[in-house]
Every structure is written in C-alpha cells, then in structure tokens.
Design a protein around this ligand. Sequence first.
Ligand SMILES: C[C@](O)(CO)[C@H](O)COP(=O)(O)OP(=O)(O)OC[C@H]1O[C@@H](n2ccc(N)nc2=O)[C@H](O)[C@@H]1O
Ligand SMILES: Nc1ncnc2c1ncn2[C@@H]1O[C@H](COP(=O)(O)OP(=O)(O)OP(=O)(O)O)[C@@H](O)[C@H]1O
Length: 291
Amino acid sequence: MANDVWIADSYAKINLGLHVLERLPTGYHAIETGMCFLEWRDHFEVKRAPEMKLEMNDENIPTDDSNLINKAIETLNRYIGLQHNYLIRVDKRIPAGAGLGGGSSNAALTLRLLNKIEELGLTDDELIDISRDLGADVPFFIKGKSGIAKGIGHEIEHLDLQPDFWIVTCFPNEQSSTAEAYQNCVPDPEPEFDLKKILTEEDIDEWQFILNNDLEKSVFQRINVSGNMKDQMYEFGATYASMTGSGSAVYGIFEQDFVATNAYKGLLELDFPTNLTRPGFEPDYGIYRKA
Ligand SMILES: C[C@](O)(CO)[C@H](O)COP(=O)(O)OP(=O)(O)OC[C@H]1O[C@@H](n2ccc(N)nc2=O)[C@H](O)[C@@H]1O
Ligand SMILES: Nc1ncnc2c1ncn2[C@@H]1O[C@H](COP(=O)(O)OP(=O)(O)OP(=O)(O)O)[C@@H](O)[C@H]1O
C-alpha cells in the first residue's frame, strides 16, 4: 500500500461557443458555453513520500504554491486533512494559457486522486463544493462529462456534445490571459442565437454562421496569430473553426479523416503544438494502480 504508484490522465477541453451575458459585481462574468473533451492529456504519477512535492516537466509553469495542483492539495488539507504526503509527477503536455483548461483539469484530477488514494469518500458534488475557489472550469473537470456550463461556469447541464467528427487543435505558442480576455469583451445579455438549440439541433455546417465565442474578437486583436490560425483551419477544410475559451488555442472540426490529418500535419510543420482528436472520443477518468 505505502509503495503503491497511482496513475491517471488529466484531459483538455474546448468550448463550443461562448456567450458572455453579464459583468458581475464580483468581477466575474455570467456565461453560457458548450464544453467537450480533447484527446490531449497530462499524465499523473502519484506515490507516498516524506514530504509533499510536485514535479512537472514544463519549466514555464511554477511548481510553487501558485500551481493549481498545490492549491487543490491545500484545499483538501483545509477541508478534511490528508493523512500522508505525496510525490506528484506530471508529464505536462497540454499547453498553459491556451484556453484548454489544463490547470483546472490538473486541479480537478488532484482532488479526485487524493480522494481515492486516501479513501476520503467525498462525492463528486462534495468535491465540486470545495473546489469552487480553484477556478471556474474546475467543476466541469470533476464531472468529467460534456455539457453546457452556465453561471460563472460552475453550473453544468450534462449533454452529449462530444462531436462525431475529427477535431484539430493548435496552440500558437503565445499565452492568453483569461482575466484580460473577459475584461476586454462586451457582454450581451440577450444573444441572438440559442446556444443549446445550436449545439443539439443545428447541423454543424451551419455553426460557422451562428455559433460564436464572444472572447474571440478582443483576443484576436492582441494575438493576431490566433485569428490567422482560425482562417487557416477553414483553408484546410474545417466545417467549423473557433478559438477555445479565452484563447489563444484554436480548433477546427473536420468531417473527413484525411482532411483532418492533412490539417494536423500542416500545423505541426509550422512548429505549433497540435492535437488530433478522434470522432466521439470520451476521456478515461479511471485512476489506476501501476502494476
Ligand atoms: C474561459 C473559460 O475557460 C471558459 O470555459 C473559463 O470561463 C475560465 O475559467 P478559469 O480559467 O477556470 O477561470 P478562473 O481561474 O476562475 O478565472 C480567471 C479570471 O477570469 C475572469 N473570469 C473567469 C470566469 C468567468 N466566468 N468570468 C470571468 O470574468 C476573472 O477575471 C477571473 O479572475
Ligand atoms: N497545473 C497547472 N497547469 C497549467 N497551468 C498552471 C497550473 N498551475 C498554475 N498554472 C498557471 O495558470 C495559468 C493558466 O493556465 P491554464 O492552462 O489553466 O490556462 P488556460 O488554458 O487558459 O485555461 P482556462 O481555459 O481554464 O482559462 C498559466 O499562466 C500557468 O502558469
């Protein structure tokens, strides 16, 4: 038991449309957004250790108290208290500051992992309750199912929104600040199009005319390469393309495998971190003991 090594994966998300409805007195914004998963994942290995330690193979992300994994540990210690210390090793593949939710996904997995390893017995709803201060996207990653997020992002209605097509996602190597993206957008309390109806009823061919990410405009003004990348996705043959979340990564949805593969290869050749996700992909949220 004491020498067990636990492994699990932490997945990236993309936003399918994002409406910013209202600026709230807290500084946060009321939104509605579709969310689904990518096959892009960070890999965790966890084992007991004399002291808490986080190791991450991405030198751009600090492993101090500001890391969302350490914040998640601190939250669990505050609410329930952990029995042991752990060495957490993360093979970080999801780019940070990309709108792919990498940090939030890591925080959610840390809560789920320690809940299981320490046999704390907390339900998903209890984990969601204690995770609220860690970030708006964290409850979505604890639920681990695609759906529509509302409120500041914490209220999730589960719907099967995982596209039945190929998704090519690309990070233009420039981080985008989430706070800045929200600050620079203009909220619209009455969006022209009904997000749920688009995502559940409209043909994907129509999406480019009716499905918008309200954070895109101001981010594209600052990070031109993201805007160019969206145009490129359409040039490569995407049926729909958009920035994800607060950027700067952009994805394209492709109906045919060879068209998607061609786009994937073309973007990789430009030296941008790129991912190809299969139709109908579902994340494996299992937590396993390493043999
Ligand atoms: C852009 C999205 O990824 C879409 O899923 C999320 O809305 C952002 O989720 P997140 O990165 O977990 O966001 P947080 O870490 O909670 O917030 C970072 C900052 O973004 C702004 N923020 C975030 C979420 C929200 N609904 N309104 C906001 O205005 C706030 O200034 C906040 O201080
Ligand atoms: N475990 C972590 N993984 C990635 N980034 C982290 C982590 N902990 C803290 N951060 C910091 O959080 C910032 C945002 O990273 P993150 O990957 O969460 O952003 P994002 O992709 O824009 O996500 P979101 O869609 O939730 O806004 C980065 O500047 C990074 O240094």
